[in-house]
Design a protein around this ligand. Structure first.
Ligand code: ADP
Length: 190
């Protein structure tokens, strides 16, 4: 199995790269943001609850997200591996993920961290707001999401760095250029 965490601040291009990689490597793309947006669209109890957090740019409670991830992983038992996009988003979630994978006799192999400067992030997110109608893509909520990223999500890097699994990648460039940079890491012989 090969399990990858695609990591980075909101607007760093995780989703775009995750879709490409899941196709080229045959891995399951597991996006917690996408699962939550689907729950909101279907007005499920989880969706109704999650919306209140997402609209403010806050994290949805860990227990809800953790259960969602377990369900998605177990639905895909036998998969070649997973690309985790938007999860883990804090150290609690990282510990949870490690334990869950260990119980299934596997682990995380790479944390690919997309690095994009603050001004470029804001530019991309405001531009996406014009194209998609995500209720969390307005300047105030965007700034809150970036702040939460640096306060709560960024420490996840240290968690995987200490395991020797941290791989930073320059996230500025064309989609193809960034994809090439990631593929070079994932296809390198150990
Ligand atoms: P982005 O990375 O651009 O913020 P996502 O689609 O990954 O977009 O996430 C959108 C929102 O969904 C987050 O701001 C948060 O409210 C919620 N969310 C997604 N993944 C998680 C998670 N692992 N834990 C808690 N909340 C999450």
């Amino acid at each position: 199995m090969i399990n990858v965490i695609l990591f980075g601040p909101p607007g760093s291009g995780k989703g775009t790269q995750a879709i490409k990689l899941s196709k080229s490597l045959g891995l399951i793309h597991l996006s917690t943001g996408d699962i939550l947006r689907k729950a909101i669209a279907n007005k499920t109890p989880l969706g109704i609850k999650a919306r209140e957090y997402m609209d403010k740019g806050e994290l949805v409670p860990d227990t809800d997200v953790a259960q969602m991830v377990v369900n998605a992983v177990d639905r895909n038992a036998g998969a070649k591996g997973f690309i985790f996009d938007g999860f883990p988003r804090n150290v609690f979630q990282a510990r949870f993920l490690d334990k869950m994978l260990e119980e299934r006799n596997t682990s995380i192999h790479y944390l690919i961290a997309l690095e994009v400067n603050h001004d470029e992030l804001i530019k991309r997110l405001l531009n996406r707001a014009k194209i998609e109608s995500r209720t969390d893509d307005n300047l105030e909520v965007i700034e809150n999401r970036i702040k939460i990223y640096f306060d709560q999500t960024f420490p996840v890097i240290e968690h995987y760095k200490s395991q020797g699994k941290f791989y930073p990648v320059n996230g500025v460039g064309t989609v193809e250029e960034v994809n090439d940079r990631i593929c070079k890491i994932l296809t390198k012989e150990e």
